[in-house]
Design a protein around this ligand. Sequence first.
Ligand SMILES: [Zn+2]
Length: 477
Amino acid sequence: MTEIKLHNTKTRKKEVFTPIDPDNVRMYVCGPTVYDRAHLGNARPVVVFDTLFRLLRHVYGEDHVTYVRNFTDVDDKINARAEATRRPIRDITDETIEWFHQDMDALGAMRPTHEPRATEYIGQMIAMIEDLIAKGHAYEAEGHVLFAVESYKNYGALSGRSVDDMIAGARVEVAPYKRNPMDFVLWKPSSDDLPGWDSPWGRGRPGWHIECSAMSYELLGDSFDIHGGGNDLQFPHHENEIAQSCCAHPEGKFANVWMHNEMLQVEGKKMSKSLGNFFTVHQLLEQGVPGEVIRFVFLGTHYRKPMDWTEKKREEAEKTLLGWKSAVSVFCDDLPDGIKGQQPPVDVVSALADDLNTSLARTRLNEYAKSAQKGDLQAAISLAEGMEFLGFKHDHTWEVGFGASLNKILDDPVDLGVYEAMLFTARKAAMETKDFAEVDRISSVLRDAGLEVRASKTEVVLDFTPDFDPSKLEALK
Ligand SMILES: [Zn+2]
């Protein structure tokens, strides 16, 4: 069996991954708060943990992995949006979940096994809070229930902070009813105009952190294998989840391995509305950037490094993916049926098994693509399997923009070698006659058809660009 190594935030080491139960490998990833379109940064953990999900399914079997990702559908940002738009909360959250699914489907992300909504687990959250109060880890004050951080001696262990450091660094307004400034809200009162549920502490709603503890316990048990999310969630969200879960269920270990992806930047700068470089996945898709291209760019950077989204990377990704798809399409009649990524090349799997080295996996596939372009059928099969395994369609094309030209290629593969030979022969003749008219004519047709032309004394190399239009090559036939 493939040995998987993962970097564990908890131990700060890369460790061999040993599941609690190889027949049911369990992973929980914190999902979105649903009040608006997902921005590009929101998509990063989705793609990172989708890749891990695919690897785990490959190693342990498709039916032996349970992946849970929640939807936070009770939150003050949602309430504010409902008030601003005068729309019912449920309309907003339903619509946003639908958008999220559409956008993440476009990125080739598989749906998790379970996608629980917080509002469907309120009863379980109340039960957990009651249990925490009974065990002396939480207290009620002025209609709120707070978790007492001093009651949990390991508080801060994940992010490596002490409670005193946190107090010193905290800039939050300290509510007078808190015993310790770091105590956090498990339950808070709701006024009549806000969503609320009856509870032993009056009508109210949960704090943010408790939902992940309650839902992971319900769906994965008191101990599970992997907990993931963006590294902005490490503190306080994940510290608080650990405190709640370990105090409510001291017999369990909560999550064994903690994984955090780094953040996303745009052209070297933090993505923010004020810098004008803030955009959603939907906006990119609308502009004609294929979801697969976004995914491909993401996989070029290791998940523990900051990911820089640049226009250059997007262009290169389009070109490379197009090259891969056309390398496979040349062999479309010879490929075995049912290529679904179930038999990916071993070197691609082992790259992912080494703490998700996705950029190495990409490099490996590019090597197969080069061999396939030289006529190696086996390499084309490996490439197709590896593409599917990583979430790319080997035989489907994009519906918009660049995809339109790819469609034409897949229907009628273009052999660039023929045109390279044509131009090379013309150049050779022109060297003798010193008449370059024919060379210029051929070159300009090729460029006009959206091909990149590089010619030297010894060779001619053509390459596709996003503007490729094979119909314009007719002029050379
Ligand atoms: Zn969470």
